[in-house]
Design a binder for this molecule. Structure first.
Ligand SMILES: Cc1cc2nc3c(=O)[nH]c(=O)nc-3n(C[C@H](O)[C@H](O)[C@H](O)COP(=O)(O)OP(=O)(O)OC[C@H]3O[C@@H](n4cnc5c(N)ncnc54)[C@H](O)[C@@H]3O)c2cc1C
Length: 380
C-alpha cells in the first residue's frame, strides 16, 4: 500500500499480534459478562501503543495518524468495541490537550496515554447529543468552587472512568470570564457525583454506556478545562479526529468479518467443490465487498496521511470516513452472514457480533445523519 513503509509494517504486525493475543481471548468475556477491557488498555499503554495518538511534547510518539489508524484497524479486525475504546481515550483527552492546561495534562492525559487511567467525555443529554442550548446540566461558581447540577446520558466508560470531562451550561448570570459553556473535569468518587443506569446495548458489549448524575457536585476551579461560547460549529470542528479514528476501526471490522467469511466459503463444500469455487455469484459478491473495503481504505488513509502532513483541513473527508465506515462495515457484516448460510447466523460462529458492533457506529460518536447534515452545512 502507498502509505506503508518498513516501520509501519512492523507497527501493524505488532498491533495485529496484540489484537490476537490480548483482545481475541477476551472477546467472549466481553460478550457474555459485559466485561470492561481494563487490562487490555493497561497493556497497550505499557507497550506504547496509546502513545501513538498523543504528541511528543507530552511524552507521546506523535501524533502519528497513519500509525494510529493501523493500530485501530488491527484492533477493529478482532473487536470494533475495543478499537473504539481506544478512539474514546483520544476523545476524552483531546480537549484537555487542545486547551493546554499543564496540570490537567499531567494528571489526566499522561496517565491515560500510559493506560493507567480511563477517561470519559460526557456531553449528551436527553434533549440530544449536540443540542447545546437545551443542556440542563449546569456549572456555577460558589465560594471559589465549581458546582455542578444535572445529568448526562450515554457516557462511554461510565462507571469505569477515573476522570470525566463534563460539558456544562454555565449557569446564569454568566460570571466573567465564563462563556455559555464550561468544560469541567470531575474525578470518580467526588461527593455529589453518581453513575446511574448502565445501558444494555445491542452491540459493543464490554463498553459501558451509562448515565451520570450531579447533585451539588463541587470541584476546584483548577478542574476547569475550558470556558467558551460554544455552538454547533465548535462541535463540528472537533468532530474530525474521533471521526477518522472511528473510520479506521470500521475499516478493520469490515476486513475482519470479510476474511472470516471468505475462509469459510473456501472451506465449505457442496459436493467436491468449495461454495466459493462452485458459485460465480458468490465470488462476485465477495469481489463487490472487497471493492467497498478498498474504497474505505483509500478514504481513511488519505485523511490520516493528510493529518501527518500537517493538513488539518480535512473535516469533510474525515467525517465521511466515519459515515461511510459505519455503512460499509454494517453492509459487509450483514452480507457475510448471508454468504455463510445457516452457520453465519449461529452466535458461537461469531459473525453476528460483527454486525451488532457495526450497528453501534451509526450513533455513537454522533449519529451518521447528524454528521451528514454537518457536511451539507459545510457545502452551503
Ligand atoms: C454506544 C454509545 C456511546 C456513546 N458515547 C457517548 C459519549 O461518550 N459521550 C457523549 O456525550 N455521548 C455519547 N453517545 C451519545 C451519542 O453521541 C448520541 O446518541 C448521538 O449524538 C445521537 O443523539 P441522540 O441519541 O440524542 O439522538 P437524536 O439526536 O435524538 O437523534 C434521533 C434521530 O435524529 C437524527 N438526527 C439528529 N440530528 C440530525 C440532523 N441534524 N440531521 C438529520 N438527522 C438528525 C439522528 O440520526 C437519529 O436518527 C453515545 C451513544 C451511544 C449509542
Amino acid at each position: 500500500m502507498w502509505y506503508m513503509n518498513e516501520e509501519r509494517e512492523q507497527l501493524a504486525k505488532m498491533a495485529h499480534d496484540f489484537a490476537e493475543s490480548e483482545i481475541r481471548p477476551f472477546v467472549r468475556e466481553m460478550e457474555e459478562h459485559d466485561a470492561f477491557p481494563t487490562e487490555i488498555i493497561r497493556k497497550a499503554g505499557e507497550l506504547g501503543l496509546i502513545a501513538l495518538m498523543f504528541p511528543e511534547q507530552i511524552g507521546g510518539m506523535g501524533p502519528k495518524w497513519v500509525e494510529s489508524g493501523l493500530m485501530l484497524e488491527e484492533f477493529g479486525k478482532v473487536s470494533n468495541c475495543v478499537a473504539n475504546a481506544f478512539a474514546s481515550i483520544h476523545a476524552g483527552c483531546a480537549l484537555i490537550l487542545q486547551t493546554g492546561n499543564a496540570d490537567l495534562i499531567q494528571k489526566v492525559v499522561i496517565p491515560a496515554m500510559m493506560g493507567t487511567v480511563v477517561t470519559a467525555s460526557a456531553q449528551s443529554e436527553p434533549t440530544g447529543g449536540t443540542r447545546l442550548d437545551d443542556f440542563t446540566c449546569t456549572a456555577s461558581v460558589e465560594n471559589s468552587e465549581i458546582v455542578i447540577n444535572g445529568g448526562k446520558i450515554f457516557c462511554t466508560n461510565a462507571g469505569h472512568a477515573d476522570y470525566y470531562t463534563i460539558n456544562c451550561k454555565t449557569k446564569e448570570p454568566y460570571a466573567a470570564p465564563f462563556g455559555n459553556h464550561t468544560l469541567v473535569l470531575v474525578e470518580k468518587d467526588t461527593p455529589g457525583f453518581k453513575v446511574g443506569h448502565i445501558e444494555n446495548k445491542i452491540g459493543w458489549h464490554g463498553s459501558s454506556t451509562g448515565q451520570l448524575y450531579f447533585n451539588n457536585c463541587r470541584v476546584p476551579m483548577s478542574n476547569i478545562i475550558a470556558t467558551f461560547d460554544m455552538d454547533e460549529k465548535m462541535v463540528a470542528a472537533g468532530a474530525f479526529s474521533v471521526s477518522i479514528l472511528m473510520g479506521a476501526a470500521a475499516l478493520g471490522t469490515a476486513e475482519g468479518v470479510f476474511e472470516k467469511a471468505l475462509a469459510y466459503a473456501k472451506e465449505r463444500k457442496h459436493g467436491d467443490e468449495s461454495i466459493y469455487d462452485k458459485y460465480q455469484a458468490m465470488r462476485h459478491r465477495f469481489a463487490e465487498l472487497k471493492m467497498e473495503i478498498e474504497l474505505l481504505r483509500g478514504l481513511v488513509y488519505g485523511v490520516l496521511a493528510d493529518l501527518d502532513n500537517g493538513n488539518y483541513n480535512v473535516n469533510i473527508p474525515a467525517v465521511a470516513a466515519k459515515v461511510k465506515g459505519a455503512e460499509i462495515c454494517e453492509h459487509v457484516a450483514s452480507e457475510c452472514i448471508a454468504l455463510c448460510g445457516g452457520n453465519g447466523t449461529i452466535v458461537e460462529n461469531d459473525f453476528e457480533r460483527y454486525l451488532r458492533d457495526a450497528k453501534m457506529n451509526c450513533t455513537a460518536g454522533m449519529s451518521v445523519h447528524h454528521l451528514t447534515d454537518m457536511i451539507a452545512d459545510w457545502l452551503r
